[in-house]
Structure formats: C-alpha cells, structure tokens
Write a protein that binds this ligand. Sequence first.
Ligand code: NAD
Length: 350
Amino acid sequence: MRILITGTAGFVGFHLASRLLADGHVVVGFDAMTPYYDVKLKSARHAILARHPNFQGLTARLEDMDALRHAADLADPEMIVHLAAQAGVRYSIEHPQTYADSNLLGSFNVLELARGLKIRHLMLASTSSAYGANTAMPFRESDKADHPLTFYAATKKAMEAMSHAYAHLFSIPTTCFRFFTVYGPWGRPDMALFRFVEAIEAGRPIDVYGEGRMQRDFTYIDDLVEAVVRLAARAPVMGRPVSGEGFTDTLSPVAPWRLVNIAGGEPVELVRFIDTIERCLGKPAVRRMLPMQPGDARATFADHRLLEALTGYVPHTAVEEGVEAFVRWYREQWPAAVPASDPAPVPVPA
Ligand SMILES: NC(=O)c1ccc[n+]([C@@H]2O[C@H](COP(=O)([O-])OP(=O)(O)OC[C@H]3O[C@@H](n4cnc5c(N)ncnc54)[C@H](O)[C@@H]3O)[C@@H](O)[C@H]2O)c1
C-alpha cells in the first residue's frame, strides 16, 4: 500500500514507518523537525528511514498546505496516518500557540488534504488526555469526555470532532486512536522514562510528581505499532459496528468514523515504574517527591475491549521488559547514533 505518514521524525511515526516499510509498503514521511526537543534525535530517526528504498521524507510544516499537497502528489496515498503534532501536556500551559498552529490548523489541513483524495483510511492520533477530568475507570471510548485539563487535550478533542464532520460530509473512513503514555527505544526526551534514565545515569535527582502515586497505562511502542497496523485493516464502515461483552462501539451513526483506545489496561504506579528503572540501570535514583502539577491526570487506565474486538489484539509487554529495552537502547545507541550537527527546523509560514 502507498501511505502518507505525518510525524515520521517523531517517536511513534518513526517506529510505525519502520514497521510498514518492513511489511513492504511504500511510505512518504512528512515532518517539520520542530525544536520542541533535540532535533538531532529527529534527524537520526529520519536518516534511518531514508536508508529504505521505499521511503521518502519531506521536511515541512502541516500549516503549509502547498507542502502537504506536494507530499500527497508524491505519495498518491491509499492511507494517511496523521501523527505530527505538538505533543506534551505540561508544555501546553506556557506555549498554547504552538498547539493551535500544529494541532488545530495542522490537523485541519490534513483533513482538507484527505477531502480531495480518494483514500481507504485516514488514521489520526489523539490522546488519553482527552479523558480530562473523568474519574470513572477504565476510560471507555463511549464515555463523555467534555472536561479537558490542558489546552493540548482540548486541541486533540477538537481534532476528533473536526474529523467526524469531515468523515460525515465527505465519506472519509476515519479512525481516531487515543494513545496512552507510549514508551520504548528512540523515545521522547520530554517524557518521564527518558528524563529519569538521563538523570539517574548522570547522578542527578529526579522530580517525582504526585508523590509517585500517579498511575499510567504505559504502552510499549512495538505493541502500539502492532495495534495501529491491525486497525489500519479495519477502516470503519457505516452501519457495521462490532459488538461484544461490556463495551459499546464508537462507530458513528452518521459517518464512517470510530474512536479507539490503544493500551493494555494495566495501569502502573509511578513509584513502581521508577523501581523498575533503578533495577534495569543497576543504580538507585535520588527522588525529589513533589506534588501534582497543574494539568496532570491522577491516573490513566484504558478499556481495551473495543480494540480487542476490532483487532484480536491487546498490548501486553510488561513495563519490566519495555524499560529494559529502552535502557539497552539508551546505553548502546544514544547518543552515538545521532549526527553532530543540528538540521534547521522549518519556520512557521507567515
Ligand atoms: N508518545 C505518547 O505517549 C503519546 C500519547 C498520546 C498521544 N500521542 C500523540 O501521538 C502522536 C505522535 O507522538 P510522538 O510521541 O511520536 O511525538 P513526537 O513529538 O516525537 O512526534 C511528533 C512529530 O511531529 C512533528 N511536528 C510537530 N508539529 C509539526 C508541524 N506543525 N508540522 C509538521 N510536523 C510537526 C515533530 O517534529 C515531531 O517529529 C502525536 O500526535 C501525539 O500527540 C503520543
């Protein structure tokens, strides 16, 4: 299949593109190399993808509609996977504009692009943060989620809603997935695992928010990619919901549109996550216990029954195994795998 993926220099996009290329697909990747975190890590990921003859990478911003159209001309895509975004919950408190640019205008442009193409499936990355202030666990896709705690979450909820309208008006088969704290090799330096390993290796203390009592439904990257690949083959068809015990399909009654959690439904307390990191590193952490930060959810816990019904698959890698894989990558390949010079990120179009 010919696939256009946005965000291929990012953590998830890199892994998904690698897997799809290995499966024999042709991929055009689109990424602006934004400087939210170390651009060298992004260019190293793209450099690895570029070794594959079926990969072509473009460096441009989602806000640049001409660049997106050029990518679509090159790819002639049968499927689009939209992963590029300004990610990060806490950063959105001080930098909301970049979320409006990338996640609102950027996602709108991807929808406009899809509108003009005949694609089999549009897949969009949303987040567990969309559950916001919900306290009923596990989080079900069919639960109302009307109280986002951060602007990041609000932009992702907006993207879900915008894509529903486009799916309805222009019959674009669309799946929105909600990811839950994805981690693994080549992961994001702004996320807890990377930050903790970096600090412990350097002998620096780590900041443990929520006194370590927060829980996250950590999802190992290979499991997430497996779920996305399986969902790719399950483009929503109006009037054909899946059914099963204890869950409601989110298939829209008026559009080929569905919302799916991707996670294993095994929340882990932060303190246990840190214990695991210490064991894998063979070094103790100096823990600075701090209160919850604004915008943080106390817990995330996915109901995975819809995912299982659609794909026959549930993420299952234990954090012990996943953290070990990350530590191995960190010690053996990072930062040796990364080129010395920073490629320039693409400026936001005026
Ligand atoms: N990693 C997680 O735990 C997690 C959890 C929930 C949701 N998500 C979502 O999954 C997707 C992928 O996340 P990730 O962890 O790979 O993040 P990432 O930051 O590693 O990747 C995102 C990529 O998008 C690119 N990008 C950002 N703004 C852009 C723009 N305006 N134009 C073009 N490219 C732009 C960045 O350069 C980056 O390479 C995102 O949509 C994110 O919101 C991730």
